[in-house]
Design a protein around this ligand. Sequence first.
Ligand code: E4P
Length: 215
Amino acid sequence: MRIFLDTANVEHIREINSWGILSGVTTNPTLIAREGKDFKKTLLEICDIVDGPISAETVSLSAEGMLKEAREFSSWHKNVIVKIPAVAEGLKAVKQCKKEGIKTNFTLVFSLNQALLAALAGATYASPFVGRIDDTGWDGFEFVRDLVPLLDYYKYETQIIAASIRHPMHVVEAARAGAHIATIPYKVINQMIKHPLTDIGVDKFLKDWEKVPKK
Ligand code: E4P
């Protein structure tokens, strides 16, 4: 499973990219707004840091409008992936993007059917929002666990990005479900590397090392 960072904060992206484990970045209008900077400038800055898929989201409601945005965003940089919402107009836009060689991320996916339609339309990625489903009291991974083997069985090329990740156990669940990618917020990626026993262990080794006679 590959890891994307779910943020538009370039400092955070730079820091996590230095770990050597990052394959891409996802943004959305909320994450872009949070940074209070120009959209295109921010996106290009991210593309400069990470050499991998960088998702940029459309905000049009019609297929025509989505396509116009998709053509524009994808002209900015070869790594830009166009995020298109899981609605009927979105399917039309994804289908046309596929014809034009524009890579897409079908987003706001909350059901197996939406993901299946994304695969049929030729989406490069589909993003089930597991955390938002969990927030409603359901198991956000339930359909993701069925989805991945099903896509394999029918030999669909669409890759699943587990999105709306809220905590480290969501990442574990994403890996268990066979998601191709998990897009993870900065806070959670930091939680993933932390373990109190590692800190205690490092501390003890350093203290014991002091006792080793040095010539
Ligand atoms: C990523 O593609 C999504 O936009 C993001 O994971 C949504 O996360 P949220 O549900 O925490 O807003």
